[in-house]
Design a protein around this ligand. Structure first.
Ligand code: FES
Length: 87
């Protein structure tokens, strides 16, 4: 289990490596923006400020977006504690 801290509201929830970060948030009752849950709509995009994630299927992100830390939470699983930021 990893701790996920979500800014700017400073909400913390736990995520294990068998669920996506989005699913973990929804399971914890966090109103995380999402729609398709398959990596297509970009509603669930947020920025990763620290920590490690992995993807089963790499989403379509430019190198610049990746460098800025953007992740698709509906496709990402936590591999460490995370700090994320929603716009
Ligand atoms: S919910 Fe649509 S891309 Fe993640």
């Amino acid at each position: 289990m990893h701790q996920v801290r979500l800014l700017p509201h400073d909400i913390t929830f736990t995520a294990d490596e068998r669920e996506t970060v989005l699913q973990a948030a929804l399971n914890a009752g966090v109103a995380f923006p999402n729609r398709c849950q398959v990596g297509a709509c970009a509603m669930c995009l947020c920025r990763k400020l620290s920590g490690e994630i992995s993807y089963q299927l790499e989403p379509m992100l430019t190198e610049k977006e990746q460098a800025e830390g953007w992740i698709f939470t509906c496709q990402a699983t936590a591999k460490s504690d995370l700090v994320l930021e929603l716009d």
